[in-house]
Design a binder for this molecule. Sequence first.
Ligand SMILES: [Zn+2]
Length: 375
Amino acid sequence: MSWSLIIGQERIKTQLKQTLQNHRIAHAYLFYGPEGIGKDALAIEFAKAMNCETGSIEACGACKNCRRMDTFQYPNTKLVFALPSGKSEKTGDDPITVLTEAQVADVREQIQWKAKDPYHRIEVPKANFIKINSVRDIKREASMSRTEEGKKIFVILNADMMNAEASNSLLKTLEEPLPGIILLLTTSVKDQLLPTIISRCQLLQCDSLQDAEIESALISKEGVDHSIARLAAQLSQGSYGNARRLSSLNMLDERKDVVEFLRLVLGKNRATLIDAIDELASSSDRPGIERWLKLLQSWLRDALLLQQNAQTPLLDDEKKSMESFVTKFNHANLIASIQTVEKAIAHLDKNVYLHLILTTLAIDLRKFITEAPSV
Ligand SMILES: [Zn+2]
């Protein structure tokens, strides 16, 4: 990894590089912002740069420390995350050795995943919180005489998962910083942390990613097809994690369902439309309907681009049906149609009855698409 491999986040990257350049490194940082935007990736890259033997603002990737960091085998940098509780684990026990062999294997595997892909979300079965023993481990390691030169860095992933005991223990470490120890915390729910922990960290607010950043990362990093990457980025709410999940779903089939729904909305058979609304309302939960509505919205946006003769990358069979739609309803008010879907999405959050949302949507769409504009 190097800074350039981290998706977007230019503002934070610049800030961290300046910190490295000025050698003014604080003893604790908190990376916060929405889920799936690369907070861990930033923290890990920061740790790598601090460890690199070249002392530059960018990890060289070739020195001994960088190579060991690539597999997280560098003793000066440790990942701290939620672990299962060991059988009759007592305070002071080693947080890992109390686990079963299978659990230790799970943990190792997760660390290897994270080393390969800093956007990977570590998930160990039955790991509900960050244990006090993991935090005590930080203190123990910090006090040990060091065999390695340099700083000792602990990257605490999803720090909000610390239980009360662990939080209080970490707070003591923050109140009396140990020389040479740097803590990098990440969280997507900052409010879940003790205010006293937050106030002792340097805060780094990370932003949601741009659609274009996500789209190109899906194509270059994951080899996702262009049209799927674009769709997944549009629906991801600025989260690369969401976009990756979405791009592995059957989004193109769902988009076909959306077209089928539009066909019913614009057709003459009201009974079939009512059945379709019934089915949609009863078969999906609110997040499912929200994704479906966003797919409808992105389809209408593409149709709008086509109506305005702008470029839009579409799959061949999709292009055909969209072209015939745009030709047939050449006076369609697609901007109002897109807005009416937006309104439906907003109503979802307000817990409005699903049938009502979808029926209103169908009536409005029919009006905006079929009625000739008043002159
Ligand atoms: Zn290096």
